[in-house]
Design a protein around this ligand. Sequence first.
Ligand SMILES: [Zn+2]
Ligand SMILES: [Zn+2]
Length: 349
Amino acid sequence: MKTYGYAAQSAQTPLAPFAFERRALRDNDVAMEVLYCGVCHSDLHQARNDWGFSRYPMVPGHEIIGRVTAIGSKVSRYKVGDAVAVGCMVDSCQHCDQCRKGEEQLCREGNTQTYNGVDRITREATQGGYSKHLVVREEFVLRVPDNLDPSRAAPLLCAGITTYSPLRTWNVGPGSRVGVIGLGGLGHMAVKLAVGLGATVTVLSRSPDKRADALALGADALLVSSDAQAMKAAASSFDLIVDTVPVKHDLKPYLPLLDIDGTLVIVGQVGPLEDITSVPLLLGRRRVAGSPIGGIAETQELLDFCGKKNILPECETIRMDEINHAFERMERSDVRYRFVIDMATLQPA
Ligand SMILES: [Zn+2]
Ligand SMILES: [Zn+2]
């Protein structure tokens, strides 16, 4: 199938129109027209080869909302016209212990990334959602609840599941005391989802400037992390802290905030952190953990939960040809809180 999108041709070049082919439908494939695609920080990192394993040309995008246009002969769960979604992975081995538990993101053979991955059958590069059409095996396609606004739902597929999964792993619910560090694409979703699950939620920020924003998102409080007295008063008062900061930073000020057996879970930074000391970990039996996206079943649970509770990301809709400017603004944290591309603005290459 001939299609088109926006691709990076190298780490140095901006994204530009690109014509390419999607594979012919296999028996278990769903073809869709992409309607909206969220812009994730990792799209920028991958386009610029910040993590060192990028291949080009690369069509980024893994927060995808679409509509089914065709199905393979053995597809049973979807029909033409269905509102569907695709997130960060499009395949996995399907037979290891993790896949059988519905934790495909942790597949022992490695999951297949939606873009900058390798198709398990043809060994061709996978290409993402900054494109008109997408072909994905049925097991990795999600259903979008009818009442979820498709123009705002896209960021749930990465920012949403990346913050929902740790909230579920650590059993957040009514009575839980949750802290969120960082109030960007991930952080604002962590706040909304933790509030939706019934937790008491505090945003941790270096300055009080974000107090109004935090409260508007549903948080109960903002704790100013540069205020030594306030930090001392908040010692041992959190069950879970979700750390969404996407750059190297210091965990030491946050660890004493955890109660006994509390966990600080890292979901933002991929790479080094400042040195930590084990003292607060030993004394309070506290943990530092990491968490990636969730599995397919958990991602569907998230979409259904957001449909039921009417939880949606805060989005700024852009045109496809504004993507390079959006990357620049994202680098300056100049977005509240996620860019979403309206794919109707994508012209044939
Ligand atoms: Zn992402
Ligand atoms: Zn597997």
